[in-house]
Design a protein around this ligand. Structure first.
Ligand code: ADP
Ligand code: MG
Ligand code: MG
Length: 883
């Protein structure tokens, strides 16, 4: 097997980039080389090498040595410099690069190949002594940090002291001799911490860095990121070794990052930052405040330092040309890293840029409009889960704001929560149910879990392309970065801001769209769903086959669901209606009655209430199907707890409190989830289902009269395991329907069907379909009963199950396709055989999960049902599944 692929200097071994083999960075370096863009020459060690390295027990195959030497020879050939040469040394960068961009991987090492002798060669060959020693000190510091994993604080401190001694404030004031002195100190620090002198052999340096990249694949923070983002552990990372180009060779040199469109809003304008006389990491790390790429952006921000467009007009024009070439080639918005060495532009990276949901929508719709992609591609481009960001509230523009300071609008959306100062606390408080704003001077990959737990992120340093900004946009968390007037004391857990001092637990609101930071909680409003969102949804609806319904049981939820495009109700849970304060006493009276007569008295009181519930829902859903599930939970869930509640029920029922207590304790169950619930209630107390059926049909006729459009009730019997159960329950429903229709001399169409939520029901679906007119897969219970794991107790161990690869994902979030999925397929097949065209849907939590929706499409279900806010997500996911 070949493990090394070369690029640059007219060569591209990878044949325009295979991401799985070369990693994202390597594939696109190869791709840029293939279309003739200026890429410094280099080579990629494949992801397969990483996988093999771990399979073989962290050793390399013998052949790798020669392949890497061949790669170095390629770079030497193109650049005319030699690695380790004392007169004019070749320097390289060593860069990690997995298939998808992954924080938590080893940071890049720049300027590798410098040692005590080559630094002198670099100084004379470049004619710039200061540059050579600046590069060397950067190299020692980076290599010590990321490869040797020494404490970087000591290096930063040494630099601070060196500057103080000379009375400097900026790094740029340091002279060649100052850097030389610092290099000597750095080497002492290395020897003290590491126990050995800094490696002088350039090949040792190279292999050290390569192994560090492969090693970082198994670092804890990389593992955490993989788990949060469903990235398989066996993908591996590639290593890229590339000739250095230098942005730190004076004022005609620079380095920068750019997006071909605005990643926050999606606007079709160039967007980016650069720094003159600097090396790569300086921009991202936020050490110096970067300058704007375009003049328009500079002016909008009211900033003084010249834009790149103004400072380097020719190079800027060349860069703009490259932007267009890249967008046309990759047919997507690109996130680009570049360096200018003495006026010459070099491309160091390109990839599809991370963007907010808003930008993703706009870019997809715009690009389809520009003819760059098709409408279907536009539909495929937007991550359904990311729509969540757009469907949630933003700050009420009319609400008063107590603005403390303003930073950069790094990731849009608004969030309120308590201030916390570290990632662990963020995680802990989030678990306790607090909304948390993570406040940091700047973030690093170690903070990922805390950023994930936080509702929003606020940093004092760093630009729009800083770590915090990039990660927050990717996660869909609002973020305000670079709020420079803020000062944080993380140890004391205090924050000075706008002349005030806040401590951990104080509430703030951040607005990631404006950069404002406010004291207290600011009220929010619902977002507008027109514009690009509406356009994309129309395109999605054109391609989707699956219908989308909502799980809703209040008129308000039904309204929201319809606004979001729901085509009916897939699950209306009637028990939620029973908890209403005005009727709970009657519900309790019904449950605690020990005779049919007692129950009927109580049900009599509930009937008008329940009829009114259904009438309101049917009004909103006029003309559409509404699936109503008859009472499902174990009765004791409704029981009184307090003394006063017992007394109230006793009074209503006309019995003694002691009597009631005895009855309540009789209802106790050891395993209520598998107890007296679902259709078992209808079997023992048919009058309950009778009342509910009557309420449904009376309400349907009322709405038919009132609105002219008859609703289509689908009466659903829960927790059926056998044909006979359903037969008994359907007889009740049909009898009541006929009674009501006769009384009113009018009728509506309706169906009676069942949930398939027990393995036995799935197995006997053929028989059950003889009676049931539709199936709705209740995948929450079906998952619980198939795997035998209680959803309410799974939290304690499911994490380990996912970590250890027992389940690829939480089966309560994303359908266990292999197990539960097989039961669904089997039930669908057997049901259809008995009753061709039987209506099939899904109403579990999974109905709003894109991966599960893809499975439903494959199985040929008729509809999915999701919570109202997830309806648009389901529409888009259904469209993508159909493509
Ligand atoms: P990341 O994945 O963290 O972005 P990169 O490998 O892209 O890491 O490196 C970070 C920065 O280092 C780049 O943006 C670039 O500016 C700089 N860099 C990397 N390789 C080179 C190189 N060969 N010459 C000059 N700068 C480089
Ligand atoms: Mg990069
Ligand atoms: Mg259920």
């Amino acid at each position: 097997t070949r493990y090394v692929y070369r690029f640059g200097g007219g060569v591209n071994d990878g044949g325009n980039g295979n991401k799985n083999l070369l990693g994202g960075k390597g594939a696109n370096l190869d791709g840029m080389a293939s279309i003739g863009l200026p890429v410094p020459p280099g080579f990629t060690i494949t992801t397969e090498m990483c996988t093999r390295y771990y399979v073989d027990g962290e050793v390399y195959p013998d052949s790798l040595n020669a392949e890497v030497a061949g790669g170095i020879a390629h770079i030497e050939g193109v650049t005319g410099k030699r690695f380790g040469d004392q007169a004019d040394p070749l320097l390289v960068s060593v860069r990690s690069g997995a298939r998808v961009s992954m924080p938590g991987m080893m940071d890049t090492v720049l300027n590798l190949g410098l040692n005590d002798r080559t630094v002198i060669g670099l100084a004379s060959a470049s004619g710039d002594e200061r540059f050579a020693w600046d590069s060397y000190r950067r190299f020692i510091q980076m290599y010590s940090d990321v490869v040797l994993e020494l404490d970087h604080g000591a290096f930063e401190e040494a630099l601070e002291i060196a500057k103080e001694d000379q009375g400097y404030t900026l790094d740029t004031e340091m002279t060649a001799d100052d850097w030389k002195g610092l290099v000597a100190e750095y080497k002492t620090i290395v020897e003290k911490q590491w126990g050995k002198p800094f490696p002088q052999d350039v090949n040792d340096q190279l292999w050290g860095a390569i192994s560090a990249v492969f090693g970082s694949w198994q670092a804890d923070r990389a593992k955490v990121y993989r788990r949060l983002n469903d990235i398989p552990g066996d993908w591996g990372t590639a290593v890229n070794v590339q000739a250095m180009v230098f942005g730190n060779m004076g004022d005609t040199s620079a380095t920068g990052v750019a997006f071909t469109r605005d990643p926050a809003t999606g606007e079709n304008v160039y967007y980016g930052e650069f720094l003159i006389n600097a090396q790569g990491e300086d921009v991202v790390a936020g050490i110096r405040t970067p300058q704007y790429l375009t003049t328009a952006a500079r002016e909008r921000a009211g900033a003084k330092p010249l834009s790149m467009e103004e400072a380097m007009p020719e190079t800027y024009a060349e860069l703009a040309k490259v932007f267009n070439i890249l967008e046309t080639h990759y047919r997507d918005m690109q996130d680009i890293e570049f360096t200018v060495q003495q006026g010459k532009l070099w491309m160091l990276q390109t990839r599809s840029g991370k963007r907010t949901a808003k930008a993703a929508l706009k870019i997809a719709v715009d690009m389809a409009g520009e003819g760059l992609i098709t409408q279907e591609e536009a539909v495929a481009r937007v991550d359904p889960a990311a729509l969540d960001q757009l469907l949630h509230p933003t700050l009420d523009p009319k609400a008063p704001r107590d603005v403390l300071t303003k930073g950069l609008p790094a990731s849009p959306g608004a969030a309120s929560g308590i201030v916390v100062f570290d990632a662990d606390t963020a995680e802990r408080r989030n678990e306790l149910g607090d909304a948390v704003i993570l406040v940091r001077t700047e973030t690093s990959p170690e903070d990922i879990h805390g950023m994930h737990a936080a509702k929003g992120i606020l940093t004092a340093r760093g630009g729009m392309t800083s770590h915090a900004a990039v990660v927050a946009r990717g996660m869909g968390r609002p973020c305000v970065s670079g709020a420079g007037s803020m000062s944080i004391d993380a140890k004391a857990k205090t924050l000075r801001i706008g002349g005030r001092e806040l401590t951990e637990g104080d509430i703030v609101t951040i607005d990631g769209s404006t950069g404002e930071v406010m004291a207290g909680e600011v009220p929010t409003v619902q977002p507008e769903l027109a514009g690009d969102f509406g356009t994309l949804m129309v395109w999605a609806d054109k391609v989707r086959r699956l219908r989308v319904r909502a799980n809703a049981e209040t008129p308000q939820d039904c309204k929201t669901a319809r606004e979001f495009g729901a085509e009916g109700v897939g699950l209306c849970r009637t028990e939620h209606m029973f908890f209403d304060a005005a009727r709970i006493t009657a519900v309790r009276q019904m449950i605690l009655a020990d005779s049919e007569k007692g129950r009927r008295d109580a049900l009599e009181k509930l009937l008008p209430e329940q009829r009114d519930d259904f009438a309101q829902i049917f009004m909103v859903m006029a003309g559409l199907p509404v699936t109503i599930r008859l009472l499902d939970p174990p009765l004791h869930e409704f029981l009184p707890h307090e003394e006063a509640e017992f007394a109230e029920v006793a009074k209503a029922a006309g019995v003694g409190v002691d009597e009631l207590r005895r009855r309540a304790s009789e209802l106790h169950e050891f395993n209520p989830m598998l107890g007296h619930r679902g259709c078992r209630l209808g079997v023992t107390y048919p009058e309950i289902y009778e009342m509910q059926a009557r309420a449904i049909f009376e309400a349907a006729l009322i709405v038919k009269k009132r609105s002219g459009a008859a609703p289509i009730p689908e009466v659903m019997i829960p927790l059926v395991a056998t044909r006979r159960e359903l037969e008994l329950m359907k007889a009740i429903v049909d009898r009541v329907a006929q009674e009501v229709f006769a009384e009113q001399a009018d009728s509506v169409e309706y169906l009676t069907g069942t949930m398939i939520e027990l393995p036995r029901a799935a197995l006997k679906a053929g028989e059950i379909a003889e009676v049931g007119e539709f199936f709705s897969f209740g995948t929450n219970d079906l998952t619980q009963t198939t795997i035998g794991i209680s959803r309410d107790d799974a939290g304690r161990f499911l994490g380990s199950y996912v970590d250890k690869g027992i389940f690829p994902r939480d089966p309560f979030v994303s359908i266990d396709v292999e197990g539960v999925g097989e039961l669904i397929e089997l039930a669908a097949e057997r049901g259809r055989k008995t009753r061709p065209g039987i209506k099939l849907g899904i109403c579990g939590e999974h109905g709003g999960d894109p991966a599960s929706i893809a499975f439903c499409e494959q199985t040929g279900l008729d509809y999915v049902s999701a919570s109202p806010y997830r309806v648009p997500i389901a529409r888009l996911a259904a469209a993508q599944a159909a493509l």
